[in-house]
Every structure is written in C-alpha cells, then in structure tokens.
Design a protein around this ligand. Structure first.
Ligand SMILES: [Zn+2]
Length: 485
C-alpha cells in the first residue's frame, strides 16, 4: 500500500495507451515488483496475493466439490520423463534445468516443472492397477517455470507463473470427455460469474493444441487493446500419455486397458491480469466485490464524534461479513479518496459530523463514481443491492468493450479493411481446424498478422455452401481470428 505521504497521481487513457496503462498500474498499485535481479521473475506483493488467494479459493472449492483432492508433486522432473511423449518433448526447449548439486555435476538433469504431466503420470503408472482405482482426480496449486525467450510482461508472460493443474484419469473416453465439460463449467463459473471476465470458450486448431493432447479447449478474453489472452485451458489427452507411461488397469471383464486422461489448467497470474485489465478505468483499478481485498473503505472527515462512529460502522460491516477498514491516517480526506479510488476499492463510506449526528453514511461507488446518502438502517439492504448491481454492470461493460473489436469477415481483403477501422477479432468461415487447415492458418498469419484461435464451443456451424475465407474450399467451421498474448 502507498505510504500516506506519497500522493498518488494516475491518469492514463486505457483505451488508447493500454500497454502504458497496464505497465504503470501493476507497479504503482503495488501489485508486483519486477526489480528482482533475475529477468522475467517478479515479486507478487500483498495486494496482489490477497486477490490471488481468492482466485485460488474459487477454483479449489469447485474442484473439490466435484471430487478432486489436493496433492503436491516434486518441483524437479527427470529429463527422461519429459522425453517420453513425442510431442510433449517440445517443452524441453522452454525448460530450466538443474544440472549441479553444489559444485558437482549431477548424473541426470532435472527440469524445473514447466507443467507436471510427466511427474503425475509416472506416479499414476505406480498407483493405478484396477478399475476400482478409477477415476483419479487430483490437483496441485503451484508455480511453474518456462524459459521464455519472448519479451516478458508482468502477470501475463513470465518465467515463473502461478496456476492450478488438475490431472484426471478415467476408465473410458466418455468419462474423460465429461470431465472436459465439467472443466468448462468450472471456468465459466469462476471467470464469468464471479470475476466478471467475459470469455470465449474455444476449441484450438490441431496445429495449436497443447503438446501431447488430442484436443485443447481454452478460455480466451479480449483485452482492452483487442489482443486476446488465454487465461485457462483444459485438454483431452486420450491415451497419448497412458500408452507411453504404461498407465493401465484391469477392467471388470478381466481385460487389461490403458486409461483415458484429461488435464485442466487455470492460469492464476493471467486471470489476475485479466481482472485488472478488463475492469479498470483511466483513474485506476476497479475490483469486483468478489475479489477486492478491501470491499469498503471508511474515510472519516475530521469532526466531533466521527472517529467513534467510523469504528462502530466498521464493526457493523465486519459483522455483515464485508471486508471493511477505516483509514485513520494523518492525511487530508481528499488524498485518501484519491488513493482508494486508484486502488479500486468498490465502496468508500464518507463519515463526517453531519453523518455521525444523523445516523447516515455517504457512499461513493468506485465503478459509477456516484455518491449517495444512505440511512444506517437501510445499509444492509443497500449493500446487497449494490453487490448485484456492481456485478451486473462490470460484466456488461467488459463485454461491450471487448465486443467493439469483434467483426465478421468474408475475405482477407474484407478483414484488412475492417482492421483499418479498428476491428481486431474476426469471426470467419474456415475450411478446417484439423491439420489440413494449417496452410490457411499460415495465410491468416502472413496476411493479417493474426492467428486462428479456433472454433467457439456451442456456436453455429457455417451455412450450407459457405466457403473458407482464405482458400475458397467448403467451410466446416466458423473460427475466431485474433492476435494473442
Ligand atoms: Zn481454407
């Protein structure tokens, strides 16, 4: 938190200068510090960690209520594990390796987990023997490490980031496919219903899926610059890993079979980046009530009986289960207003002698910047309504902002024209998201500088006779094109 003596000044146009807005806000609001002396590794500061704790809670509660249990696997993974699956070995290029123990060269080299399939599945081959061992549903909440060569951006692209990885095992393909659907529901509940981040649920093209997966499904959000950010994904792995790790079970009829698998990964660091980005405005952060470390900041305006009234009010708010604080610093109310507004506290309660003597509070709503005077006895009802109203408005506002970048395009030329008008995300008829569509994916990249995100789940198919917007062959999918982080 900023010291009382530091006056906060922040006024950056999010729409026109998103990159500067973002880079400034994450540092100035003391969410992260990137002055640590290893490039690409950041310090997560308390204000960010309190929100991250909430995001973890939301996912973990849902995972556990759907039968998952927590576990913790080692950070180090032997090289031989990573090499087992032919495509997954691609992670080696972005892996940090431990090769020394003290000054001695180790006999084997160990990866700092870039992701933990090959740690989990090594153990699964030991644990799983018969149908009665299935399903297995385990998750861990950890940091993973990638030796990023691209430019890093705090919380969005780093060499260490926080996530959850759930690794599930089933006897049948149906069980695994059902799990992918459950993961989608979990993503939807946390990202959209609680954090109010609008997302597109997308099936990735075969040339852009997770290394080792049969199919990848991702949640992408459109950031304020029109670039999409993948914030969670779930993968149907089929038997790709169970065959190389020999994860087998004896079925009821005595047959010996390979298991079916899925893995699910909400990117906690990136989800925080999305909360900051989609909700904030030109004067700072705007935090949803669900995640705000401080939901209500009570600011006393000096005068008779005010301090006591503020403390009683705080007690009342805590009793109603709100996260409330009183700012009693030696500082002008104006500077306090400015700071809590910048830090995105949803509600500010202003308490002066007038409010104290009449049992009222003046309420400032960070989102709409409206002020209202409320009688103490109506406060409970007001806050309940406020929470619903804030939640609804945040989502609609974020959705409208994202949708402004969205357009349909019928040809490459059409898309180019719309890009010059500010459109950044396109829905187009496309030949194929199987490998035979990859050449059209390359055209999209070369001509438009965009990538094929994939097909939205549940979206309509192209109309009869519609042609691929790039090659003119029959279109089998409507896909999203976008630049992505
Ligand atoms: Zn095509």
């Amino acid at each position: 938190m900023s010291k009382a003596s530091e006056k906060v000044t922040f006024n950056i146009n999010k729409r026109t200068d998103f990159s500067e807005w973002y880079n400034t806000i994450v540092r100035q609001a003391e969410l992260i510090d990137d002055r640590y002396n290893i490039k690409g590794l950041i310090v997560y500061r308390p204000y960010a960690m309190k929100m991250i704790g909430k995001i973890y809670d939301f996912f973990e509660e849902r995972l556990e209520s759907s039968g998952h249990e927590p576990v913790l696997l080692p950070l180090l993974i032997p090289e031989e594990n990573l090499q087992k699956e032919a495509e997954h070995v691609g992670f080696k290029a972005e892996t940090f390796w431990v090769t020394l123990g003290g000054d001695e060269q180790l006999a084997k080299k160990y990866a700092l987990r870039p992701t933990s399939e090959t740690a989990f599945y090594y153990m699964y081959s030991i644990w799983i023997r018969s149908i009665s061992d299935l399903p297995v549903k385990l998750y861990q909440s950890v940091a993973v490490y990638r030796h990023e060569t691209k430019a890093t951006k705090p919380l969005i692209r780093g060499r260490e980031f926080l996530w959850i990885e759930a690794h599930d095992v089933f006897a049948t393909k149906e069980g695994a496919i059902e799990q992918v659907k459950e993961d989608e529901r979990t993503m939807k509940e946390v990202l959209q219903d609680l954090l109010r981040i609008p997302v597109l649920f997308i099936r990735r093209p075969q040339w852009d899926k997770f290394k080792g997966a049969v199919d990848t499904f991702a949640a992408d959000t459109i950031m304020p610059d029109g670039v999409t950010l993948q914030i969670a994904s779930t993968h149907y792995l089929g038997q790709n890993f169970s065959k190389v790790f020999e994860i087998t079970f004896d079925d009821k009829d005595g047959t010996h079979r390979h298991v079916e698998q899925t893995c699910f990964g909400p990117g906690i660091s990136r989800i925080l980046a999305a909360v900051i980005s989609v909700h904030g405005d030109d004067s700072g952060l705007i935090l949803p009530m669900s995640i705000a470390p401080i939901q209500i900041m009570i600011v006393p305006i000096p005068g008779e009986d005010v301090t006591d009234y503020a403390r009683i009010l705080k007690r009342t708010m805590l009793d109603m289960n709100y996260r409330a604080e009183v700012d009693e610093a030696e500082e002008t109310p104006g500077s306090k207003f400015y700071r809590w507004e910048f830090l995105g506290v949803p509600i500010r309660m202003e308490i002066g002698p007038r409010e104290a003597s009449s049992s009222k509070v003046t309420i400032f709503d960070r989102l709409t910047k409206r002020k209202r005077e409320i009688d103490l006895e109506d406060l409970r009802q007001f806050l309940k309504g406020f929470e619903e109203e804030q939640s609804k408005t945040l989502f609609q506002r974020a959705k409208t902002n994202g949708d402004e970048f969205l357009a349909r395009a019928s040809s490459v030329t059409d898309a180019k024209g719309k890009m010059s008008e500010g459109k950044r995300v396109f829905i187009v008829p496309f030949c194929s998201i199987d490998m035979d569509g990859e050449t059209c994916g390359a055209v999209v990249e070369k001509e438009l500088g965009l990538k094929v995100l994939g097909e939205e789940l549940g979206r309509e198919k192209p109309e009869q006779g519609q042609k691929c917007f790039a090659c003119g062959k029959e279109a089998r999918h409507l896909v999203y094109l976008a630049e992505s982080y």
